[in-house]
Design a protein around this ligand. Sequence first.
Ligand code: HEM
Length: 343
Amino acid sequence: MRMAKRMLVVSMLAILCLADARTEEFFYNRTCPNAETIVRDVVTSHFRNNRTIPAALLRLFFHDCFVEGCDGSLLLDASADGAVIEKQALPNNNSARGFEVIDDAKARLESTCPGVVSCADILALAARDSVVLTGAPFFVMPTGRFDGRISNRTLAEAALPSPFDSATRLKDSFARQNLTVQDLVHLSGAHTIGQSQCQFFSPRLYNFSNTGVPDPTLNATYRAELQQACPRNANATNRVALDRGSEFVVDNSYYRNLVAGRGLLRSDQELTLDSETESIVRSFAGDENRFQLRFRRSLLKMGELRIKTSANGEIRRNCRRVNPRNTIIVTTTNGDDAAASTI
Ligand code: HEM
């Protein structure tokens, strides 16, 4: 009976913790004061060797947050049980990259403050550092996320939008995350940096929606350039800048390109074909500061999706593997470990 009562208290505490799950600014100030500096140094040194790294990290953050919340689930490798994981989902397989940067940061953090900084937070900080390194004004990325223990291909494929989606489908997929139409347009501005493989847009060049002709919304000169970069029988993995002429800088040129019919993915160009999204695209195309402010706000909002706490998450020791024990400890209000609850 006493045990049952204890378990009830534990469950209630867990529910309370979940309801209250939120991040805070400089969460590691006391427990690992150099955490943010370490992450920034690691991201910066990778960036110096490879300037495409910020784009990779920003995308990882998005793909992590949309699946089970921002809990580092995307970082997990397959385990011995053979379960099919997020990394193997279509939008990630042979596409998501930059994991080695997170591993480096984690290794340095584990030697400085073992068991303190979550992989989910390392990824969030790395995404912030990435946009700041490439031109966004500095902003604080709140921390305090715990790491999840589930990585599942099907969940990822259900949650992540496709580059072939219409505006309606894009809006739906953002709405499923409690993100608005505005967030959709603001966050698509992440395509101000980075590249896409030909396979994600080449139907637009030759056979749009099985019509046998190119996408009529595509600017003709731009289409000719893309056809050169991605000939019909080219390697589908050739890569092209998402933001023509400005692929290494976070700026509003992505929106100016959209207005000119130079969106690379169908999902980019669709934002000009829907009246609700089109007006935001136009306003960002004409106002760099407005874009930077709204992009930052929506990125921070995305970074709060379904945050885990000690009640349903852990601080992974290695970002590629869940911690060996399969129990988590819930701490009571008087500081005692009340019980181990299995997840
Ligand atoms: C709106 C729906 C979105 C779709 C359909 C989409 C789809 C894609 C696709 C197909 C690629 C190319 C991947 C490759 O070739 O390997 C890509 C690249 C990228 N995406 Fe998105 N994306 C979307 C939204 C976002 C959001 C919200 C973010 C971040 C906040 C983001 C960040 C990036 C970045 C930075 C790249 C470049 C990656 C690199 O260079 O490695 N995307 N996206």
